[in-house]
Design a protein around this ligand. Structure first.
Ligand code: OFO
Length: 167
C-alpha cells in the first residue's frame, strides 16, 4: 500500500495532467481562430498527449488500489496577444509540470517508495523531452527574430509547428 502522501501527490498529478490537456486544447482553439492551422494541429496533438499522461497515472493508481478523485479543473486562460504569447505560455506551463513531477520523485525517494520512484522516472524523461521540444520552438523563433508579429515569419513558425514530431 502506497503512503498517503504519495497517493495525494499522484492524485494531484492526475488533475494537473487533465488541466494541461485543457490548456493545450484551448491553445489549439486560439490558433484555429487565428488561422494558424499548423500550430492548432501541434497543440491539439499535445493536448491528447497530456490526456495519455493522465491515463498513465490513473492506471498506476488503480493498480495500487488508491482512491482517485477527479476534482474541478480550472478553466485555462483564453486571451493571448499572438503566437509567441501562446508558445511562451506552453513553455512556462511545462516548467511548472516538471517541478511537480520532480517533487513526486523526491518524495517517493525520501519515503523509500521505490515502486513509485520507478514509475515516475518515465515522466522525468518525458518532461525532459517536452522541455527540449519547446526549447527547439523558442530557438527557432529567436533565429527568425519572431516575436509574434504578422508576416512571413508567422507563416514559417506555423509551418514549423505543423511539422514538429512530438513523439
Ligand atoms: Fe504531461 O507533460 Fe506536458 O505538461
Amino acid at each position: 500500500m502506497l503512503k498517503p502522501q504519495i497517493a495525494k501527490l499522484l492524485n494531484e498529478q492526475v488533475n494537473a495532467e487533465f488541466f494541461a490537456s485543457n490548456i493545450y486544447l484551448q491553445l489549439s482553439a486560439w490558433c484555429e481562430n487565428a488561422g494558424l492551422e499548423g500550430s492548432a494541429k501541434f497543440f491539439r496533438e499535445h493536448s491528447l498527449e497530456e490526456r495519455e499522461h493522465m491515463d498513465k497515472i490513473f492506471d498506476y493508481m488503480a493498480e495500487c488500489s488508491l482512491p482517485i478523485t477527479i476534482g474541478a479543473i480550472d478553466a485555462p486562460p483564453t486571451e493571448y496577444g499572438n503566437l509567441m504569447d501562446v508558445i511562451n505560455a506552453a513553455y512556462q506551463h511545462e516548467l511548472k509540470v516538471t517541478a511537480m513531477i520532480n517533487n513526486i520523485a523526491k518524495t517517493a525517494f525520501e519515503l523509500q517508495d521505490y515502486t513509485t520512484f520507478n514509475f515516475i522516472e518515465w515522466f522525468i524523461a518525458e518532461q525532459h523531452e517536452e522541455e527540449v521540444l519547446f526549447g527547439k520552438i523558442l530557438s527557432k523563433a529567436e533565429t527568425l527574430d519572431f516575436k509574434g508579429q504578422t508576416g512571413q515569419t508567422l507563416g514559417i513558425m506555423d509551418n514549423f509547428l505543423r511539422m514538429l514530431d512530438q513523439k
